[in-house]
Write a protein of this length. Sequence first.
Length: 106
Amino acid sequence: MIFNEESFRITGSFGNEWSYNEIKSVNLLDELPEIRGRVFGRGTMRESVGHHTLNDASYNTALLFILKDSPPYIFIELKEEKPIFINGSSAEETNNWFELLHENSP
């Protein structure tokens, strides 16, 4: 993730840039909702990237950038777009990203 003054960017496949003002809420989760299937993206035993369906009625489909079995996970609820689940390559990196998102979100 790249953090700018007014936005954050997720790099790589399916990445994009979002304004902090687009964030409705940011939470740190120990577990992910069960992933039901891939809509558009890639899913392996180790990672899930792209648009996936989840076994949770609250956010049926979401944009995932996750390394599986590597908690914690950041859940970013956006005002107008699909929610995002993301984590870094380590718990420390994920926690740092969460703090930056939390500090900059409205």
